[in-house]
Design a protein around this ligand. Sequence first.
Ligand code: ARG
Length: 576
Amino acid sequence: MRLEHAVEALGKTALHEALGLDAPAVVRRSQDEKHGDYQLNGVLPLAKKLGKNPRELAALVAEKLQNPSIFSKVEVAGPGFINLKLTDSWLAEQLALLANDANDGIEQVAPDTIVVDFSGPNIAKQMHVGHLRSTILGDALVKILRAQGHKVLGDNHLGDWGTQFGLLIVGMRTFGDAEAMKKDPIVELERVYKLASEAKKDEVFANEARAELAKLQAGDPDNKKLWEQFVAVTRESLDVVYADLGVTFDYWLGESAYNDALPGVVATVKAAGIAREDNGALCVFFKELEDAPKDLAANEQPFIVQKSDGAFNYATTDIATVFHRSTVFQADRSIYVVDNRQSLHFKQLFEVAKRLGDRQKLTHVGFGSVLGPDGKPLKTRDASGKVITLKNLLDEATETAKKRLVEEELDLPADELDAVAKAVGIGAVKYADLRQNRLSDYTFDWDKMIAFRGNAGPYLQYAFARTQSIFRKAEVAPAEALKAPFVLAEPSERALALALLAYPDAVAGAAEHLEPHRICDHLYGLARAVASFYEECPVLKSEGATRASRLALVATAGKQLEAGLKLLGITPIARM
Ligand code: ARG
């Protein structure tokens, strides 16, 4: 059950009964626990609108909220707020429901089929830090939406088609080194691609590349073989990174998967009458369309559906992809986890899809850049020009975590050190990314990231491990301990109960806004509430019903920390 949501609903009903109108109650958690648990703020704006005295209106509403089994205090305060305090018994009752809920309290919804398009790296290039956010955010969103009961399909829209292959084929012929290709193929591919990108300034080279691309797209067997080799080599290096991250996909429908559909897409766009020729290319000019969204109409940039040389492109492929998801996957929604720099592309794509009759809800989940210590987008090459790959970065995270674990002298069996270091290092990288509001840039900082204190992944993993260590000492299983009745006597016990009961709202908010950081904020608040509770309330040294209740609180907290970390794609660690 969503506690804040439930209090909001009670407030709304009271507003209706007292004033005869429907308006939001605007319920928020109280800043100061002395005033209560929640504050109802909705009366003030209503009084203003009605030209009435807010305190008088608030008194009428407060009267309707009187319900001694739910609220121990309903009090008009300040200019017309209502302070609400929940009864300990109602809180305990709600907590028992949450503790024993099969879905950890997460509200189950009417399921949609949702495609999450994430990661999407490009062939012949190693994945670098730029792809990190899409992969981490997308994976978390898949898990969060699934936890609500949606049918979610994770799809890796690989950049495995298009101009770069013409360049690579001619590049290999011109600059390729067979030995290097055997030894470290992905590095060699990248080297050749870089040289070819420069060489295309030369008309002859560029024409040759175009010709090879056309041959590939027409199904030439030799070029197809080369392309397959490029894809396979890249896949191998990608798989290493995905394995480290523990990220999987339901589909790997890269750009190449839509090749055969592209002429049909162009025909459909033409038939819909939304595009026209411009210097030989087929383009959608939004300012020429009726009722175009203002921001699109104001932008000169057309959506190019077919290039002047007849080639199809990223946009053509993306239209085909939308159609595929609608017709084959029967998707109700598609979510594109791609950085902010592509926001115009997606705005244009979604508008075009709508005009072509697609009915999916299409959402671009954008995000900012990862910055280096100099405040500029994190370099993908080090000082010597060597590429800093995601693989190197994750290895460094694991190494750093290992050092920190040894320094902290945690309770960790020696033979588990490597596995725990990996879970901590990778978890820290993921958490540092997820805890940010995704639209902001953030600075990559090893010290803050791999920390056992403060808002960091390792701190949360440690908070979970600590709950489990209590059960090892208590010699009861957490699942058993959960069954005891909750007694919420001390302030820190109540505060912990309130923190725990905020989880369903946090998950619902994260899903609604597609913002995993809401779950991070929640878990961090929970971990702190647990820490304060340990300080005030002895668990193992208490007795009787108090001890049973405190163990139940620790068990519920452990269960929620574990579930929450898993939603973020972070491995919970039982002992560290
Ligand atoms: N390969 C693209 C890139 O690296 C990302 C693909 C995103 N997905 C999509 N359907 N366009 O920029």
